[in-house]
Design a protein around this ligand. Structure first.
Ligand code: ADP
Length: 248
């Protein structure tokens, strides 16, 4: 692999829980600016893989290189977040009693970019970035609403916006469209495609209709390893993939 254009490289990663290999010699390469969908049946190791990348779980074997040469397995969760990896869990965790704008302002106050500029034009820079994110997540008209009033989909977008405010290089997104309406699902695909123009993204997702709308390369995990990789058409017609989904 060419390190310069690779944002994330899992090299033969394994982790066992009580002797059971949840991740088994897993290798995966994500290019800078690439969005990848990770699929696979329950128990395939998707969550554990994300836990390893974010430092929540330390692998027994293998390496995880981020942005060239940084080996994430030598860093803890807080350090990895600062290095530029943001994770969005399935359930939105916005601050319900704050406005949409204040949720974003709070997320931005922890960002490296704003911190750097604190003693210069911090106020205007921050306002500009908040306006930009509000446009991206299509919530400009809701900026003064309490987050509690937002729909489930809007809360998810706000949380994605809060992640963007931290200026990550890589975003990990866990089942973003669970519980969304069809229209919200479509809007989420648009949002993630727009974000992927300037960020690297990994999306774990069960909803194949949504994965198709993302239109990106797919990796199917099974028993902690890569079972199949390629376009959604390629992966979904791979007999081994059909077998693990039907055989359940
Ligand atoms: P997925 O997200 O694809 O559904 P997981 O990564 O959650 O899969 O789980 C992979 C396997 O590892 C499962 O068999 C699960 O039961 C097991 N596992 C995950 N985390 C733990 C843990 N902390 N302790 C024991 N077993 C675990």
């Amino acid at each position: 692999t060419n390190r310069a254009d690779t944002i994330l490289y899992l090299d033969g990663v394994s982790v066992a829980f009580d002797g059971f290999k949840a991740i088994n010699n897993l290798s995966l390469v994500l290019k800078k600016g690439e969005m990848r969908a990770i699929i696979g049946p329950n128990g395939a190791g998707k969550t554990t893989m994300m836990d390893i990348v974010t430092g929540k779980t330390r692998p027994d074997d293998g390496s995880v290189y981020f942005d060239g040469t940084v080996d994430l397995t030598t860093h803890d969760e807080a350090e990895i977040a600062i290095l530029g990896i943001g994770r969005k869990f399935q359930k939105p965790t916005v601050f319900e009693s704050l406005t949409v704008e204040d949720n974003l302002a709070l997320a931005l106050s922890g960002s490296r970019r704003v911190f750097d500029k604190l003693f210069r034009k911090a106020g205007t820079e921050k306002d500009r970035r908040i306006r930009e994110i509000l446009e991206t997540i299509r919530l400009t008209h809701r900026r003064d609403w309490l987050a509690a009033r937002l729909s489930h989909g809007q809360k998810q977008w706000l949380e994605i916006g809060m992640l963007l405010g931290q200026d990550p290089k890589l975003l990990l997104v866990d089942e973003p469209v669970a519980g969304m309406t069809d229209a919200e699902t479509e809007e989420t695909a648009r949002l993630l495609r727009e974000i992927s123009a300037s960020h690297s993204v990994i999306v774990v997702e069960h909803d194949m209709h949504f994965v198709r709308e993302l239109g990106v390369k797919v990796t199917c995990l099974h028993e902690g390893s890569v079972l199949s990789e390629g376009s959604l058409d390629h992966v979904s017609s791979d007999p081994r993939v059909v077998e693990v989904y039907l055989g359940r």
